[in-house]
Design a protein around this ligand. Structure first.
Ligand code: ASP
Length: 422
């Protein structure tokens, strides 16, 4: 297992799951135990392991990212520009995803919600839950903000109320930099340690991803046969299309508006994008990104050393877009009409969680559990996303890295740097 790259292992696991699904059905037993319940157990164990990380991972990555910005005026200005650029580009990415997922409706097949083909539980059971969370009118927008400021942060974390936790972490990161130096350093060291440990645990859990995929995919196919693939194909196409539009239209326009040459920039960034594609980790790709941005695109080290590491942590256009498409796809598959308020919530949470997501493989899965929790959809639906997750992860990570590099060149330009690709 150890030698083969993870994405190959996962592809093999998917193939194995498909073969198992072809050979057996839901009634098959092994030594008296149903095959379905064995795969269900393996899959759930893997999902639980991912979910276990949510609270510490989200808190520490946001706090470390925001606190890292503190310091002199110079850093403050660069920080404001960087965060501003990254927030706008992620928002644009999410809106493209939102538009395409509403236009193409990948969760609806032949006019019917695809939920039953995907072995999801009865839509009625879910929609009563959803109605409890969402509603109509202005009163519910105030509800979103009320959830953002929970009266008890520990209870919010325990209840999976991530919006409150994210907002609290943002405040914590900002105000941590305003206290005296010594305790601030201690806190930063602590949260850095938590963050790095969480990244390590995530990587460790990902070692079991092939097994998790096998369990979750085999379980789905055993129960549903191949009906599962048709809705997923449309989902796959929707995500790929939206990623392409963002990379080749939106970001190209942004570069043009900044007076830069998009074609030259694509060429300059190719090694970084290919590395991102094969590692599915923007953090892992960072050294290559810095090298390409400095050597090929002509950005100074002063700018790139600040903008790119921050980008690798907080700027994930591809991830934000993917989260939004995935959440709405799942809602469509359950046959739910999402109100404006709920779609607004999804956009907001996708934006905030994409900031909190770590630049490591499959980190979005954790963020999607957050979104589903916020809008009140069952987390089990995430299992089916694993079928296409690895390849989409490779693609969205390339977009994440490309957008980081766009931030670097545009900000370098605004700082009056010469020697850029124009
Ligand atoms: N793998 C992505 C990255 O490193 C994060 C994700 O979307 O899962 O940028």
């Amino acid at each position: 297992m150890g030698k083969l790259k993870l994405h190959w292992q996962m592809l093999i696991a998917i193939l194995a799951a498909v073969v198992i699904g072809l050979l057996f059905d839901i009634k098959t037993t092994l030594l008296g135990v149903s095959l379905y319940s064995i795969f269900d157990f393996i899959g759930m164990l893997f999902l639980n392991a991912l979910k276990m990380l949510i609270v510490p991972l989200v808190m520490s990555s946001i706090i470390v990212g925001i606190a890292g910005l503190g310091g002199s005026d110079n850093l403050g200005r660069l920080g404001a520009k960087t965060v501003g650029f990254y927030l706008c580009s992620s928002l644009l990415a999410i809106l493209i995803g939102l538009l395409l997922v509403n236009l193409l409706s990948p969760g609806v097949i032949d006019g019917e919600a695809a939920g039953s083909r995907l072995n999801l539980s009865e839509p009625e059971a879910v929609s009563s839950q959803l109605v409890a969370v969402e509603g109509r009118g202005v009163g519910d927008i105030t509800g979103v903000f009320l959830r953002m400021v929970p009266p008890n942060i520990v209870k919010a974390a325990a209840d999976g109320q991530m919006l409150g936790l994210i907002f609290f972490s943002l405040l914590f990161g900002v105000f941590m930099t305003r206290i005296s130096k010594e305790p601030a350093q201690t806190l930063l060291g602590f949260w850095n340690g938590v963050y790095e440990t969480m990244m390590e645990i995530t990587l460790f859990i990902m070692k079991f991803a092939p097994l998790g995929v096998l369990g979750l995919v085999a379980k789905t196919i055993l129960a549903t046969g191949f009906d599962a693939f048709q809705p997923l194909m449309m989902f796959f196409i929707t995500v790929v299309l939206a990623l392409a539009v963002h990379t080749f239209v939106t970001l190209a326009l942004v570069l043009r508006l900044a007076g830069l040459n998009p074609l030259k920039h694509y060429r300059a960034m190719l090694p970084a994008m290919l590395t991102a594609f094969s590692t599915a980790s923007s953090s892992g790709t960072l050294p290559v990104t810095i090298e390409c941005v400095e050597k090929n695109a002509g950005v100074s080290n002063r700018t790139s050393a600040f903008v790119l590491p921050l980008g690798a942590t907080i700027n994930m256009d591809g991830t934000a877009l993917y989260e939004c498409v995935a959440a709405i796809f799942i809602a469509q598959a359950y046959g739910l009409e999402l109100s404006f308020v709920t779609q607004f919530t999804i956009v907001l949470v996708a934006l905030l969680t994409s900031i909190g997501v770590a630049g490591i493989p499959s980190a979005s899965l954790v963020a999607i559990t957050v979104i589903l929790g916020v809008i009140g959809l069952p987390l089990e639906a995430i299992g089916m996303l694993l079928v296409t997750d690895r390849i989409l992860d490779m693609l969205r990570t390339s977009v994440n890295v490309f957008s980081d590099s766009c931030g670097a060149v545009v900000i370098a330009r605004s700082e009056g740097e010469q020697g850029l690709l124009v």
